[in-house]
Ligand binder design. Structure first.
Ligand SMILES: [Zn+2]
Length: 238
């Protein structure tokens, strides 16, 4: 595979667990050409192997702690202890700091999800990891795994909405965007009643948000969900 190496650069990282320093690849912004964006914000580029989501997770080669820039800055003593016991004690040194293939990107997310669950990171952080992992499976056309992780993502996004932790953990997330996304993920899980409920909550922001793009998407996907719901009901009767 030919990779446009100039799009990549090395970023210095500081492990939030063992304090080792290491480098990890990042994609230079502006070097990619977007092909399309799915209705749940998964963005596809001409060079899929340069998708920035391949490089979201920093994996410490020394101790195995995997984290993203959204993780809390510091680990509490109990968190350090659980990482020591459950991750570092079992870790065989492996470097994720080079160009990643899809399978390595998938492994990096699984490591970060495990670390996030063990150290009780915010729901918004866990949700983002589950959703990006689902996207990687989508790119592989592995629908079963994609759906499994969308299910986990929407559970965490719902908890994030209830506890409002997205306000602190995810700079790009607003309430209307989150409501839309929960609706869209439920639609993809064919839980149409919940999808319609959340699209409705998003549409309630119609006159008091500057995110008109999200409102348009919520209108469109609400319509799609209603039609799919009707079809499903008719199938059951027929
Ligand atoms: Zn470390």
């Amino acid at each position: 595979m030919i990779v446009n190496v100039s799009a990549l650069y090395d970023k210095n990282c500081h492990c939030r667990h063992c304090e080792a320093t290491f480098t990890t690849k990042r994609i230079r912004s502006g070097t990619l050409t977007m092909v399309k964006r799915d209705s749940d914000f998964y963005t596809i580029f001409t060079e899929q192997s340069l998708n920035p989501i391949y490089y979201t997770v920093n994996v410490c080669p020394e101790c195995g702690f995997a984290f993203t820039d959204q993780f809390r800055d510091k680990l509490a003593p109990w968190q350090k202890q659980v990482v020591d016991e459950q991750i570092s004690a079992k870790w065989t040194p492996k470097d994720f700091g080079h160009i990643r293939q899809l399978t390595e990107a998938i492994v990096s997310y699984k490591l970060a999800i495990y670390a996030a669950e063990l150290t009780d990171q915010p729901h918004a952080v866990k949700a983002g990891l589950y959703l990006r992992l689902a996207w990687l499976y989508r790119s592989q056309e592995n629908t079963e795994e994609e759906i499994r992780f969308i299910d986990m993502a929407v559970n965490e996004y719902e908890l994030s909405y209830i506890h409002t932790d997205y306000l602190r953990s995810d700079k790009e997330m607003s309430e209307v965007r989150l409501l839309y996304l929960i609706g869209e993920l439920y639609r993809r899980l064919e839980k149409f009643d919940l999808a319609i409920k959340y699209f409705g909550k998003a549409l309630a922001f119609r006159n008091h948000t500057i995110e008109s793009g999200i409102i348009r998407m919520a209108q469109d996907q609400w319509q799609v969900a209603r039609e799919e719901y009707k079809e499903k009901k008719e199938q059951k009767i027929g």
